[in-house]
Design a protein around this ligand. Structure first.
Ligand code: ACO
Length: 703
């Protein structure tokens, strides 16, 4: 999106309010009142056909009557007359439109919405909304909204798809003393969407961290691309995490993919820190807007209370940054700032006797120490010290350390005086919270941000040995046959074209064929029905395993055909697949869906009961690099089964990771063709012995 339009929208020098009203209680009245109340420094032009004066400002019958230029226009007139007003805005040279009005696509009036977007584009304007509360900016002293006041000032900016939530957050910034620079209500996203906003905020000098409240994205891929490029931390709260699309899913993967899992994967792959609720959103955005990322795993905690130290230790483990003992030189130094009964390990317990001096010197020393990647200071309010003085000592300790670029987080546990200490720290750029676990969670966000950025920086490995045309030929044949579901043999052909290690399988149309193929492969073999009308082969009695003789092949051939006919008399039968019987290995499942928001998306998990009952699976938006695939393998609960438990040798995770990566490449490459697919089971052998895809399923997109 054109930057000058977004500048006009987010940093206007002049604003018209179309539908400005002299009647208190109306939205057109409130927007003018808010702009005046929060002292917008540019020009405010109320527009109303009645003209006259509104709240002491000259009111113009039309925007075309305004003498000077107008950068932005807030629209507060009913939906059916917005289009006409936008034509006039266009003629006036307005750049950004803040369309507060409801009654567009959110109630099915897509026609009205398309019309206003067309008008905006024709006149080179951009639209925020419609159906929004408006736009609030502390640095611009602009409250172009009907939210009651500008938020408490802060260094983060919030983009919200819910107007009501934005109003709630606005008020909560004062209660929680956690501010924002901009609050942007994004509404129906008819034109300016979340990705455009991220791009603009990324260059906004008043925004250090971008916080998103997301209900649903339109273009997930672009959102990921823009987020990945952002130089500032982004954190996101995703609402509506119930299973989506699961009901219509035809494959295993489809039924396991829910919005939460796919969005979670997309966030991780885009460098976005996810938050689970509103408390988390406030706490983590404060930390990310004030502090740098935590670049290593060494967190040092200093406390004046053993109990809160233990709570922080528990939280550290819970949030993925478990504590290590401090190195001996740190311990020796710490010992000099505590009584004999203190503890210098980690947490460093200065004891309740700790005063400002000890907080200052230990902060100064540990913040400068190269072992420390992140410093957490805890303080329980005592009558020996004033929390604000402790806050000042901590702040001074950081300054005196001569070091910059490491995160520090504080928690003061106590009453009103502690709150004053917290306020002092936040105002001086140090995130401070009321409980130790909240402080650790905030530090964990800084660690998480550093980790996901490191992962994003990893180069993707090139994979060769792909024959796309072979895959397309198979798919074309299936389509020519009037089908959308590939048989196992056809699906394996497509898999093989992308270098996936399938078990050799051939189609037998007669008993003689079956005998010949079995002799070629060598016994034992597996035989399976091949029918586009029988998806669940085992349920139909269409699978025989461990066939060890020619006699066995004949018996299986007859039995499978008989069972299939009994299962579905009119099933079209292509023949019987004869395949090598793969030796026993650890069962895993790979699969894909074509997610409505993010497109081809990959699933991995342990097979059998793990997938059926425990749903122990993980997702990534494709493509997935080999190193990312290794992470997928490591993050499922059953990961130790693959790394070798109880004396078992580790499984071939390298081969598995390559297969996951190849699979993801296949689903991206064939995104226009494949709707869903599964490789299930895939057998994983001992390290160095590779893996085998034993069964395959592909469902094509309808064309
Ligand atoms: N140019 C300028 N002003 C005009 C024009 C025009 N072309 N045509 C009419 N007006 C004036 C009207 O005369 C009226 O002025 P008045 O108060 O002096 O009589 C004023 O504009 C407003 O028009 P009304 O017809 O009175 O409309 P009303 O104020 O009742 O409603 C509104 C307009 C607020 C935009 C309404 O249609 C609407 O969409 N409300 C919902 C807004 C909303 O909730 N947004 C989503 C927020 S997200 C959340 O859920 C919190």
């Amino acid at each position: 999106m054109d930057r000058t339009l977004l500048d006009g929208l987010f940093k206007p020098k002049s604003i018209a309010v179309i539908g400005a009203s002299a009647k208190p209680g109306k939205i057109g009245y409130t927007v003018v009142k808010n702009l005046l109340q929060d002292k917008f420094e540019g020009s405010i032009y109320p527009i109303n056909p009645d003209g006259g004066e509104i709240q002491g400002l000259k009111c113009y019958p039309s925007i075309l009557d305004v003498p000077g230029p107008v950068d932005a226009a807030a629209i507060t007139i009913p939906a059916k007359i917005v289009a006409q007003a936008l034509e006039e805005c266009g003629k006036k040279g307005v750049k950004g439109l803040i369309v507060i009005t409801s009654g567009f696509s959110e109630i099915g009036r897509n026609d009205l919405e398309e019309e206003i977007v067309q008008i905006a584009h024709k006149h080179k304007m951009c639209i925020l909304g419609p159906n929004i509360v408006g736009l609030l900016s502390n640095s611009g002293k602009m409250n172009a909204s009907f939210a009651p006041y500008l938020p408490l000032p802060g260094k983060g900016s919030l983009v919200s798809q819910s107007g009501a939530l934005l109003i709630a957050i606005d008020a909560a910034t004062y209660l929680r003393r956690i501010g924002f620079d901009k609050l942007i209500s994004i509404g129906n996203m008819s034109d300016v969407d979340i990705a455009d906003t991220i791009e603009w905020l990324n260059d906004d000098e008043n925004t250090a961290c971008i916080t998103l409240y997301i209900e649903g994205l339109k273009d997930g891929r672009r959102f990921m691309e823009v987020s990945r490029k952002a130089r500032k931390p982004i954190l996101a709260l995703k609402a509506g995490v119930s299973a989506h699309g699961a009901a219509a899913a035809a494959s295993h993967t489809g039924s396991l993919a829910g919005a939460a899992k796919v969005y979670g994967a997309a966030f991780q792959q885009s460098g976005i820190v996810e938050v689970s609720d509103l408390d988390n959103l406030f706490d983590r955005s404060l930390a990310l807007s004030l502090q740098p990322p935590m670049k290593g795993d060494n967190m040092l905690i200093i406390t004046n209370g053993g109990g809160v130290g233990v709570l922080a230790t528990d939280a550290a483990e819970k949030y993925g940054i478990p504590l290590k003992f401090a190195p001996s030189d740190v311990q020796v130094e710490m010992k000099t700032h505590m009584p004999d009964f203190g503890s210098a390990k980690n947490p460093v317990d200065l004891t309740g006797m700790a005063g400002c001096d000890w907080y200052h010197t230990t902060t100064k020393f540990s913040y400068a120490h190269p072992w420390v990647d992140g410093l957490v200071l805890l303080y329980c309010e005592t009558s020996l010290t004033d929390p604000v003085d402790i806050a000042k000592s901590i702040e001074q300790g950081i300054k005196d350390s001569g070091v910059e670029g490491k995160p520090i987080i504080v928690s003061f546990i106590g009453g009103e005086k502690s709150l004053n200490g917290i306020r002092y720290l936040v105002e001086h750029g140090i995130p401070a919270y009321t409980a130790p676990d909240i402080a650790i969670n905030a530090m964990a966000a800084l660690r998480e941000y550093a980790r996901i950025k490191e992962i994003l920086a990893e180069p993707a490995e090139a994979l060769n040995g792909v024959d796309r045309q072979a895959a397309i030929n198979t798919i074309n044949q299936v389509r020519a046959d009037g089908r959308n579901t590939l048989t196992e043999i056809e699906a394996k052909e497509v898999f093989a074209a992308y270098g996936l290690p399938i078990t050799p399988t051939s189609l037998a149309r007669t008993e003689e064929d079956a005998l010949r193929i079995a002799r070629e492969f060598g016994f034992p073999v597996v035989m399976k029905i091949v029918s586009p009308d029988i998806l669940h082969k085992s349920d139909a009695g269409g699978v025989k395993v461990n066939i060890r003789s020619e006699e066995g092949v004949k018996e299986a051939y007859a039995a499978i055909l008989k069972n299939a006919k009994a299962y579905k008399a009119d099933a079209k039968i292509h023949g019987i697949a004869v395949q090598e019987m793969a030796p026993f290995g650890t069962e895993v499942i790979l699969g894909s869906i074509n997610d409505g928001t993010f497109g081809p998306t990959m699933m991995f998990g342990l097979g059998g009961i793990f997938v059926e009952v425990l749903k122990d699976v993980t997702f990534r938006v494709a493509p997935v690099s080999i190193s990312q695939a290794k992470r997928m393998i490591g993050e499922i609960r059953g990961a130790p089964i693959l790394s070798g438990v109880r004396g078992e040798k580790p499984r071939d995770r390298r081969a598995l990771a390559e297969t996951v990566s190849r699979y993801s490449m296949m689903i991206i490459d064939l995104a226009n063709e494949i709707s869903e697919s599964d490789a299930n089971p895939v057998l994983v052998y001992e390290e160095g012995r590779g893996i085998k895809v034993v069964d395959a399923r592909i469902i094509l997109k309808k064309k």
